[in-house]
Design a protein around this ligand. Sequence first.
Ligand SMILES: Cc1cc2nc3c(=O)[nH]c(=O)nc-3n(C[C@H](O)[C@H](O)[C@H](O)COP(=O)(O)OP(=O)(O)OC[C@H]3O[C@@H](n4cnc5c(N)ncnc54)[C@H](O)[C@@H]3O)c2cc1C
Length: 213
Amino acid sequence: MNTSLDHLGVAYEHFRPAGPFASLPLPGNRSSLVWTETREAATHYVAMSAQQLAHEIEMVMGSSLGTVKIVEKVQSFPLRMQIARDMVAPRLALIGDAAHVVHPIAGQGLNLGLKDVAALAEVVIEAMRLGMDHGGEDVLARYQSWRRLDTSAMAMVTDMMNRLFSNDVAPVRALRDLGLGLVDRAGPLKEAMIRNASGLTSTGPRLLLGQPI
Ligand SMILES: Cc1cc2nc3c(=O)[nH]c(=O)nc-3n(C[C@H](O)[C@H](O)[C@H](O)COP(=O)(O)OP(=O)(O)OC[C@H]3O[C@@H](n4cnc5c(N)ncnc54)[C@H](O)[C@@H]3O)c2cc1C
């Protein structure tokens, strides 16, 4: 979409009951819009004219980016957790969203991809140092087993968070708020969760710990 005001390189994300509504800056006054909705609502919005849809977007975004003009065809697709059955094949390794698609609710997709890159670089460079075939099956299998658990665990956590946050049943909401409040007050637990999500654990790839390979 084009906007009348400059985004100044800032991404805006609104957390709504159906999921994130985010504008992600592109070169010029263009932004990419990610709008998460229920299946019924998505069908309704996709059927709107570009002008009507632009108006709906302005209503959500307020005055942050001014008036909106839709410049590309609107597309919709189901948002679901996807994990590649195999992250490696002969002389091939998948990284980032090609290997795993997690719900954006926890903002962890890019972090997972960075961990993949750091882990792959580490196993490949170590193999080269040892004079091994750095694209060989053993080396790629090591990359896969290193990343598999973390990726699956994060995918499950984000999927659970999504179910929890999109649930409007009062007792579930109360339990969720209580849980979040407790984690927020439990300093060391919160710190450990942040360190784990950032890959800053003793088992994390060295590059993420700021160490040379
Ligand atoms: C609303 C939203 C908020 C998010 N917030 C966060 C956050 O706060 N923190 C976080 O860590 N993650 C976040 N993520 C997730 C993050 O954006 C993705 O996990 C990350 O961008 C994946 O990077 P990638 O390089 O693997 O894939 P992509 O960013 O999808 O890059 C793939 C590139 O390949 C190009 N491409 C595709 N097919 C072809 C082809 N055939 N030939 C040539 N090029 C091709 C695409 O155009 C694209 O540029 C968010 C995602 C969304 C949707």
